[in-house]
Write a protein that binds this ligand. Sequence first.
Ligand code: 4AD
Ligand code: MG
Length: 477
Amino acid sequence: MQSRTVSELLSEKITPIEVDIKGWVRTFRANRFIALNDGSTLNNIQCVVDFEKFDDALLKRITTGAAIHIKGELVESQGKGQSVEIQVNAFEILGDSDPETYPIQPKKHSFEFLRENAHLRTRTNTFSAVMRLRSALSFAIHKYFNDHGFYYMHAPIITGSDAEGAGEMFKVSSLDAKNPPLDDQGEVDYTQDFFGKETNLTVSGQLEAETYAMSLGKVYTFGPTFRAENSNTSRHLAEFWMIEPEVAFMDLNGNMDLAEDFMKYVIGYILENNREDLDFLDQRLSDEEKTKPQAERSPMGLIEKLNFVTQNNFKRVSYTEAIDILRRCKPNKKKKFKYIIDEWGADLQSEHERFLVEKHFKCPVILFDYPANIKAFYMRLNEDGKTVRAMDILFPGIGEIVGGAQREERLDILKEKMAAIDIPEEELWWYLDLRKYGTAVHSGFGLGFERLVMFATGMSNIRDVIPFPRTPQNAEF
Ligand code: 4AD
Ligand code: MG
């Protein structure tokens, strides 16, 4: 007989039937009831053991965490809490688990503790729910783009360019770190390195995606990106996944429409298809909120928040309007912000973004037309000569979740902007070629996947929505 999943058995309409199932023991109660989980669903299936039929030594090996193979009969449940259960006829312990040392005891563990045991944390309800949702969101993203005529493009992981111009890159080198070859000036001679030049892990696939947009029309990347910024916050990772669509002949307004429609679709997808896990996380979050002081509690539950995003328009606000609001707002006047906003041109910090979204507009916000000098070189300069066609999407509880722009398609202006910040033309000759041969208006954006998963699951630390987080001083597993 073929093994079936817990998920299949729990929705089985026909009983009694012979079944065969494998999974891990969550608990074994009263020497009689096994709660069995196999990852196919949040729920366990109850397996009832008649202890008189089995050897004591064998029963003792049914411990939390053990892998077990059960054969029995699926019957209507006698007890409360489940519609069906398995009457165990035979079982085999596939892998023992030592109850003295097994870290995932059937009790509440702190997220910090579970991070140290990230290899086992998906054996808990919270992390299995989060990771099933992460998987569903990935699928929804591919589905959205596929349904809308986009091609999936694989941008390189190793590159010679710094797409964001921020210099926060991890070097890739096969030179001997202790004894690298030196040039006449005494500098490391990268011409002798593996690629014959300096290379790094990519911070964004955008520049390469632009080359494909300018031939295939509508493309997107979905891959890992790396940033060596030393920001030890609950929203930054050194290795994170980014989704970057790029579309030819689309301007900034089209870009905002695409981003909003896309975000609503992927969130709507999990509301429709992953209700069990979302209901569980909704309850978890509401329990957690109850432990906070009233003033700090979120006014909305998880599912309410997700529905709100799918049902309401994102508010579109220019940077200049946002600065006016921030300058005049209470926390700014009362110096409650860590960074006081007094002049146009200031970069927005996460405290300002969250004020706009959570306190002022109380809905997702798209900020656009930022000052040129706080944004990347590739963004299209506006007629005013001081702002660029940038957009950031800000979400409640998260702050910036998407960053994008209409790209500078005019060769002369792009060259001027690169010169101003010392990006050598030789380094990006191929990027400039796009402006030489059939240039056109085009736009795109980057969605931080883990920030989306945080929003969708209500988890407050980005380390808890990626399997094995990479952060400063931490690359375990
Ligand atoms: O705003 P960013 O830096 O934009 C770009 O990289 C553009 N090239 C995107 C594009 O237009 N194609 O990053 C995009 C998003 C951010 O809005 C944020 O959600 C996420 O990536 N992000 C991070 N997520 C986790 N950890 C980090 N260190 C992140 N840095 C950016
Ligand atoms: Mg950004």
